[in-house]
Design a protein around this ligand. Structure first.
Ligand code: FE2
Length: 579
């Protein structure tokens, strides 16, 4: 038993661990008490600044307040990286590059020292009277965020992201509560940096718009794939190797010259300016980059299966949010079952670090599977009513919210759905969602015109009753976190045009009665009206803002967009029809 355990009043011992994920961006906190994840929230949802980094003070305070604890009750704080290891690997690398990019290297060295000092001081600043601070290694903590909350007693482990301390790809094996590393690829040999570099090159925002490249890829042909294969060469054993003659990020990432070298620009043309028209070349480059990522990860998966003999895979890291890639892994890799941490980016390390530390300190056996991520703040019916009354807003309180909402959706209305505890991770999964009728061919366009203002190449996703998913999405039995793309059955595509992507696929969320009874009941009521067991589900936010948290956030979004109705708890707000 680690230090700081205490009696909980009922004679049991309690260990209170605060996990901190992210710092450079996407910070989050998770509270784990005796191995149970009590609460988790990203700082951005509370600060209202998308991808908020730094020490997540608001998130920490909210987690503790929810559990009725103070900082003095926290036994351990678990951080998402080892600053010493980071410095020991990054500074010598930067020094080696100093001749080629002296200014950048000097600036980076100073930044790196300051960044690490702020991180260490920030984490120590969270201590209470008896708190111990632990700095956990980045990739194993990612891996823990998937494996230790997966249903797998043993599994192969894979984490793929931009860069941790220095590793970019990490493969290992897990058994029970222990994990071991089998192989790593280090910066600049990074699939995450490659995909981010393509995102930047295609005129989108690096480190947040990668999913736009994934959406765009479906509209193009992988015309440049064979040539791209020379940038990330396939090795005989399944891994990949970077040919640095095509890249610039290994010297000075983010510099004025971009992420790719002159050789790349000479061959593939100039980068797309932000907001410039999307041409066939851009679509084909996106398709080629997506294929290169998928083939590279399939190669690693093949190697990992051979090295471990496992048929199950636990997957995390920011690249694991690429659900087209995950869909191909599920269909084409040797792994029969795959568990992806729903907050696969650095926010999810809040969970991974805390749970990993819990097992390391206590020796406790594995806990249960993470079946849902409704771990965030809740604002109950009373609080919602008080807010609506204070704001003098007209609303109706309904008996049967499922029937009432299904009725609104069947009328063709776009509905804000605000229920229960907020989701942890980037996806809206039926707590803070915007919903619509997926059977209407014009719904995608209406949503983009009146509410989301997104690029028209990006698909919308369905939430489908778990028990009926297979009929529409062959092979899909359970996919609660919207992390896998499935084909839409040919015969069904015309019935649900608003959620069927141009390539005949959909990013599916299955909804079970057990995990979200209210959402499940509402979708079932919608099926009785429109004949399909699903609704269109997109995140409850407007472009550039985090997903709504409080009733006030929801109302603000409702009145500043073309949402037709807002269902908060049992309360329904409707706008008068235009004209
Ligand atoms: Fe990461």
């Amino acid at each position: 038993m680690g230090g700081g355990a205490r009696r909980d009043g009922q004679g049991g011992l309690q260990v209170v661990i605060l996990g901190i994920g992210g710092f450079s961006h996407d910070s989050a906190a998770a509270l784990v008490v005796d191995g149970q994840i009590v609460a988790a929230v990203a700082e951005e949802r509370l600060s209202r600044v998308k991808h908020q980094g730094g020490i997540p003070h608001r998130a920490v305070d909210w987690c503790l307040a929810l559990a009725g604890l103070t900082r003095d009750d926290v036994d351990h704080v678990a951080g998402y990286m080892r600053p010493g290891l980071r410095l020991a690997r990054r500074l010598p690398y930067r020094l080696k590059q100093a001749l080629r990019s002296p200014l950048y290297s000097a600036a980076y060295g100073a930044y790196e020292l300051g960044h690490n000092a702020r991180y260490v001081a920030g984490l120590r600043g969270l201590r209470g009277k008896k708190t111990r601070v632990h700095f956990l290694e980045h990739h194993p903590a990612h891996a823990a965020s998937a494996f230790l909350v997966s249903p797998f007693e043993t599994a192969a482990l894979l984490t793929v992201d931009y860069i941790g301390e220095f590793a970019a790809t990490w493969a290992g094996a897990g058994a029970g509560t222990s994990m071991r590393c089998l192989r790593q690829a280090h910066y600049p040999n990074s699939l995450g940096v490659f995909y981010s570099a393509m995102t930047d090159y295609l005129g989108f925002l690096r480190a947040s718009d990668e999913y736009k490249v994934m959406g765009l890829a479906s509209y193009g042909e992988p015309e440049y794939y064979e040539e791209f294969r020379r940038i990330l060469r396939a090795r005989e054993d399944g891994w990949y190797g970077l040919d640095r003659s095509w890249t610039a990020w290994h010297r000075a990432p983010g510099s004025r010259c971009g992420y790719f070298s002159k050789r790349f620009l000479d061959r593939f043309g100039p980068p797309r300016e932000k907001g410039a028209p999307l041409e066939e070349r851009h679509r084909n480059l996106a398709a080629s980059a997506q294929k290169l990522l998928e083939e590279s990860v399939l190669g690693i998966a093949g190697w990992l299966h051979g090295a471990t003999g496992e048929t199950r895979l636990a997957l995390a890291g920011g690249v694991a949010l690429n659900c087209s890639m995950n869909g191909r892994l599920l269909r084409e890799s040797p792994f029969e079952e795959i568990f992806v941490q729903p907050a696969a980016g650095d926010d999810g390390i809040a969970i991974g670090a805390a749970v990993q530390l819990h097992h390391r300190l206590t020796g406790a056996p594995r806990g249960g599977e993470l079946r849902h991520v409704y771990l965030g703040p809740e604002h109950g019916d009373g609080e919602i009513r008080r807010f609506l009354d204070m704001a003098k807003l007209p609303y109706e309180t309904v008996e049967d919210v499922a029937e009432a909402t299904a009725g609104l959706l069947a009328e063709g209305l776009i509905v804000g759905w605000y229920q229960g505890r907020m989701e942890f991770g980037p996806r809206a999964l039926g707590s803070r969602s915007i919903l619509a009728d997926p059977t209407r061919p014009d719904m995608k366009e209406l949503l983009n015109r009146y509410v989301k203002h997104r690029e028209d190449f990006r698909p919308f996703a369905p939430s489908v009753l778990e028990e009926r998913a297979g009929a529409y999405f062959p092979g899909c039995t359970r996919s609660p976190f919207m992390l896998f793309v499935y084909p839409v059955a040919r015969a069904m595509q015309a019935r649900v045009p608003a959620i069927t992507h141009v390539n005949g696929t959909a990013r599916v969320q299955t909804v079970s009665r057990e995990d979200n009874p209210r959402y499940h009941g509402m979708i079932a009521a919608f099926e009785r009206r429109r004949g399909v067991p699903m609704v269109l589900n997109t995140s409850f936010n407007v472009m550039g803002e985090p997903i709504v948290n409080t009733p006030e956030d929801a109302v603000r979004c409702f009145y500043s967009t073309g949402l037709d109705a807002l269902v908060m708890g049992n309360h329904v707000l409707r706008k008068a029809p235009a004209g």
